[in-house]
Design a protein around this ligand. Structure first.
Ligand SMILES: NC(=O)c1ccc[n+]([C@@H]2O[C@H](COP(=O)([O-])OP(=O)(O)OC[C@H]3O[C@@H](n4cnc5c(N)ncnc54)[C@H](O)[C@@H]3O)[C@@H](O)[C@H]2O)c1
Length: 258
């Protein structure tokens, strides 16, 4: 089996992309350790995942370091980490964006990413092995009206390259996945608020659809496993061709409809 029972910590695993990453890892033979700020209710738990029920708030650096110690004491060395915890961005004109909204999104989506990568990275470099996957976004390389979120995700893409460069010779690979619009509970909330529209999201992508969370999970599990042993510092779009296709409209929508 690909994962060989190695332990992979997943953050934000009670919902959406994190939940799908934990499941993909478990199906690939890893021991997927699911953490979240609040544990999922019994009906959202999967028999193939291991649940860590203490709150794992990624925006609290001391708590993250403490919980990682406790996880290793209970389950052994963490071989991989998929960091999927995050809050989706609030959309607003820049001139109206409130400072508390800015701070929260930067705290969770950017600082939280660093705290988790730093805490697991310390353990991994001491052992000379490990793989980390950070969840960025297509907004890391495009623009959006979620100003703090986009800036945070651009920061995540930058951190991915920096940490990969820094830890490559210490045996630790660091990569990112950049999901396009992905069907999750988080996206569902944005759709229900009426701010966004699935048909328009789908229309912008080359494949004419949004992404399923399990597709992001499969990419994350690939980047963790040894088949990706020479891949580090990459930011892999999992976006149904959003980045490739988003510039197509100005050319007269001359897409092949076959
Ligand atoms: N859904 C999309 O279209 C999309 C696209 C690109 C990137 N992403 C990214 O994927 C990640 C997951 O998003 P999702 O759509 O699955 O959202 P989601 O809301 O379904 O899941 C996010 C999970 O993160 C947890 N979380 C939030 N704050 C936390 C904190 N401080 N500490 C620990 N856990 C916390 C939540 O409890 C939740 O379980 C986020 O980083 C998001 O930015 C999502």
């Amino acid at each position: 089996m690909i994962g060989d029972g190695r332990l992979v910590l997943v953050t934000g695993a009670a919902s959406g992309i994190g939940e799908a990453c934990a499941r993909a890892l478990a199906q690939d033979g890893f021991r997927a350790l699911a953490t979240d700020i609040a544990p999922p209710p019994p009906e959202r738990r999967h028999a193939d995942c291991i649940y860590w029920d203490a709150p794992f708030d990624v925006s609290d650096p001391d708590l993250v370091a403490r919980e990682i110690e406790a996880i290793e004491a209970r389950h052994g060395p963490i071989d991989g980490c998929v960091h999927a915890a995050g809050v989706l961005g609030r959309m607003s004109p820049a001139e109206k964006l409130r400072a508390d909204v800015w701070r929260r999104e930067i705290d969770v989506d950017l600082s939280g990413t660093f705290y988790v990568a730093q805490a697991v990275g310390r353990k991994m470099i001491a052992r000379g092995r490990g793989a980390i996957v950070l969840v960025a976004s297509i907004t890391a390389t495009t623009t959006s009206s979620a100003h703090a979120y986009s800036a945070a995700k651009a920061g995540v893409a930058s951190l991915t390259r920096t940490l990969a460069s820094e830890w490559g010779r210490r045996g630790v690979r660091v990569n990112a996945v950049s999901p396009g619009f992905t069907r999750t509970q988080g996206l569902e909330r944005a759709l229900q608020s009426g701010v966004m529209d699935e048909a328009r999201m789908a229309e912008s992508s080359a494949m004419g659809r949004i992404v399923e969370a399990r597709e992001v999970g499969a990419a994350a599990s690939f980047l963790i496993c040894d088949r990706a042993s020479a891949i580090t510092g990459a930011n892999l779009p999992v976006d149904a061709g959003f980045l490739a296709g988003v510039t197509w409209d100005p050319y007269g929508r001359a897409r092949s409809q076959a």
